[in-house]
Design a protein around this ligand. Sequence first.
Ligand SMILES: Cc1cc2nc3c(=O)[nH]c(=O)nc-3n(C[C@H](O)[C@H](O)[C@H](O)COP(=O)(O)OP(=O)(O)OC[C@H]3O[C@@H](n4cnc5c(N)ncnc54)[C@H](O)[C@@H]3O)c2cc1C
Ligand SMILES: Cc1ncc(C[n+]2csc(CCOP(=O)(O)OP(=O)(O)O)c2C)c(N)n1
Ligand SMILES: [Mg+2]
Length: 588
Amino acid sequence: MGSNADNHASNAHLTTPTPLTGSEIVWATLVGEGVTDVFGYPGGAILPVYDALRKFPIHHTLVRHEQGAAHMADGYARASGKVGVAVATSGPGATNLVTGIATAMLDSIPVVCITGNVSSKVLGTDAFQEVDITGITLPVTKHNFLVSKTEDIAPALRLAFQIAQSGRPGPVLVDITKDAQQGTAIFDFAAAKPKAYRPHPMLHVDEAGLEKAAELIRNSKQPVILAGHGISESGAMDQVRALAERTQIPVALTLLGLGAFPASHPLNLGMMGMHGEVWVNDAIQNADLLIACGMRFDDRVTGKLASYATKAKKIHIEIDPAEINKNVKADVALVGDLREVLEELLPRIAGRDGTAWLKTIAASKGESAVHDIKNLPDSGHLYAAHVVHDLWRLTAGEAIVVTDVGQHQMWEAQYFHHEEPRSLVTSGGLGTMGFALPAAIGAKTARPAKEVWVIAGDGGFQMTAAELSTIVQEGLKINIAIINNGYLGMVRQWQEFFYERNYESTPLVSPDFVKLADAHGIAGLAVKTRSEVESAVTAARKAPGAFLLNFMVEKEDSVYPMIPVGSALHEMIRRPGKNPLIESSKDN
Ligand SMILES: Cc1cc2nc3c(=O)[nH]c(=O)nc-3n(C[C@H](O)[C@H](O)[C@H](O)COP(=O)(O)OP(=O)(O)OC[C@H]3O[C@@H](n4cnc5c(N)ncnc54)[C@H](O)[C@@H]3O)c2cc1C
Ligand SMILES: Cc1ncc(C[n+]2csc(CCOP(=O)(O)OP(=O)(O)O)c2C)c(N)n1
Ligand SMILES: [Mg+2]
């Protein structure tokens, strides 16, 4: 643990050009960029940087595995909107970051990773713990740098922060050789400022495009807004809401869009895609206009492209020109920052009557809700849906939920209703198991006043469970819900549906998670019945420190509905049988 807030010497460096070592320049630049927290793990090639940390007001969280550092920086960024920072040594330290960097890349998260490397004189000689980490991370970073001169450190780091946050956000890696860390140069923070960010030449919205979009909206009878992750990244929540309310157009959300438009809003339809609600996907398939706001038509969202929303014109509002016409052809592309584009579009849009279309959707909703299991009377079985639903009821409006990847992630998306942006932290694009526990540490560090819940599967939790020690060392109040179904559940579900129930390598033996927590000094409870859920959640919330709940849920439950890979959006697998699995949307 290293909190160096009582050292004041550093800030003066920001205004007066001063000779500093490369290591000091690293921290002085981070201070100048407003960084207060970093997540990392030391080693020989980054040791000069660690040695200089005590002089700067930056808190360092010591992780248990560098993958954790990258996920923590990522969770920090997702929960706060700020840049997350991870630090690691050369060789294995750097390669351990890679999964976390790729996770941030796929979901466009601004993260800066700083790695040490061997001295520039021995670069390329297979020196001890030398890897070409800029080469390795080239395809999973937005940009990366190999810095071998002390005077280049500050400009590279400042540029890294600019690149990570500008346009479509993403991870940037700065690899600094040991001799550059040890050398001395004049540190001039102001002079190291990157040139003003020049948006991509295509980043402009032309009058004609705006007019065409307004006309399509005016003439549409069955429009749907597709709300994505770009809404929270752009801060366009108010503009999207204004668009929906003025035009009475219903809003379907991607997994990463959840929270960007309030779940309780009457125009909110719910999640679209592979495990989205049936009425949402049906509305998209029957739409005559889709207005895509900061979403990239992922294959989990579109299903089979050839039969995706064939009757609909598409307006695509998106900051990255590479996303336009990548998966789905746009009739109108408005390339730019979503909030800015909507601010230009909104004055051109008048009110319209959406009653008929909203009625049609409401009619399809009644019988096809996914809110089935939670409406069942208590049969003595504990379903994950019960757990997530109770968690939502008890923490509504308070909690940031950080999920892992698998069935529990989808049940969270279906049964936890997010009202605010940045209240769901989840790995969508890479779908990285092991993400939740470390990402929650990042989220709690960024927003200490918020209640933070991890919802993880028994499989994914074990991938990064070592970070329980980090929680204890940092004294963080994080609540952990393990949805323990004894399986790599999502893979088991695919085996059930598509591989004749051949449960090869998916049954999973786990430790007693409550005892594991206890060994770390973390309190916990096992929960086996539905009637215990509420009191257990309340106990966890009331406990002063971290708390782990091991929910022993039904082993072979599946996530419904589901679009099989390669099928169209309307070809969903529905929950089999009728009673007692009643499907109704009454209890939401
Ligand atoms: C097991 C599993 C199941 C899944 N099932 C589903 C499912 O059923 N439904 C579902 O929706 N997803 C599902 N996903 C997630 C899915 O894989 C994608 O991650 C998700 O759909 C992407 O959502 P998005 O396009 O909103 O976000 P991103 O992939 O983050 O894309 C955001 C887009 O917004 C753009 N953008 C960023 N900033 C701005 C800005 N300022 N202005 C304008 N544009 C901006 C970016 O360039 C990018 O194109 C699943 C994932 C897993 C692991
Ligand atoms: C690092 C990694 N390895 C493999 C996978 C493939 N995978 C996706 S979901 C899943 C099962 C997850 O099991 P568990 O954590 O128990 O969650 P559950 O689905 O049971 O809720 C697997 C293996 C993955 N997403 N990430
Ligand atoms: Mg499991």
